[in-house]
Design a protein around this ligand. Structure first.
Ligand SMILES: Nc1ncnc2c1ncn2[C@@H]1O[C@H](COP(=O)(O)OP(=O)(O)OP(=O)(O)O)[C@@H](O)[C@H]1O
Ligand SMILES: [Mg+2]
Length: 234
């Protein structure tokens, strides 16, 4: 479904992603892990169209998308849940969700997506009329994921979904990610919580200073002493 080849992304003249290639099949969860500043968020932003690819290609279903603006990638099935969530804190939960569907025109389909995400996250139904900025960290993360789902993605790009979430809620977030995946949505998961990410992912890629340094199944990477010590800090 997604093929990234030799991607390079710079801020000014400084590359944050030097040369990254990866593939993700339909229905798969691929984890991307690596230290702070490794280029994980930049990689997701480039796939979503929020950072420009300076070299390399990004293909979705075999079609190059690197020249398309972010808003044109959403109807193709890509949704980014950004690091730090970027909710609209002074808008209600429901309004934040509606904004996730801004590229969709069919009101009855949007209403059925809204119903689906409120089933997935019952707490958001309870808090529907509440301002997003007044939610707890875990609830805000659920809202950010739910807003991403409102565009009806086939590939969800999740950047640090466990960030700022109380430890007891982290498990719920990961279970929900797996449930979303079982419903047929592919997931590219960037996480600091390496153990959890590798345990839910079908495959994983380790990046260091903008380059791929290891790849394999989650179990392979967790089982490799070298990878654990050198790259994962485990
Ligand atoms: N807007 C920006 N302008 C200039 N440099 C940036 C910008 N955003 C990120 N960088 C730099 O690019 C590199 C990669 O950053 P990025 O945010 O992609 O890493 P990350 O792996 O997501 O890190 P973290 O785990 O801290 O979220 C870092 O050296 C960072 O300082
Ligand atoms: Mg990041």
């Amino acid at each position: 479904m997604l093929q990234v080849r030799d991607l390079r992304v710079c801020y000014g003249r400084v590359p944050a992603v030097h040369q990254v290639s990866l593939t993700l099949a339909a229905g798969e969860i691929l984890a991307v892990v690596g230290a702070n500043g490794a280029g994980k968020s930049t990689l997701l932003r480039a796939i979503a169209g929020l950072a420009r690819a300076d070299a390399g290609t990004i293909e979705l279903d075999g079609r190059p998308i690197q020249a398309l603006p972010a808003h044109a990638r959403v109807p193709l099935g890509l949704a980014l849940v950004p690091e730090g969530r970027h909710l609209f804190p002074r808008l209600t939960v429901e309004r934040n969700l509606e904004l996730g569907a801004f590229t969709r025109r069919d009101a009855s389909e949007v209403a059925s997506s809204l119903e689906m995400v409120l089933e997935t996250f019952p707490v958001l139904r309870e808090r529907r009329a509440q301002l997003a900025g007044t939610l707890s960290g875990g609830e805000q993360q659920m809202l950010a994921i739910a807003r991403g789902l409102m565009s009806k993605p086939r590939l969800l790009l999740l950047d640090e979904p466990s960030w700022g979430v109380a430890p007891i809620v982290v498990s719920r977030i990961f279970e929900t990610i797996q449930a979303i995946n079982r419903s047929g949505v592919a997931v590219l998961l960037v996480e600091q919580n390496v153990k959890r990410a590798l345990s839910v992912a079908h495959r994983a890629t380790v990046i260091q200073t903008g380059r791929v340094v290891a790849e394999g199944t989650g179990a392979d990477l967790l089982g490799s002493d070298l990878v654990r010590r050198a790259y994962l800090g485990l």
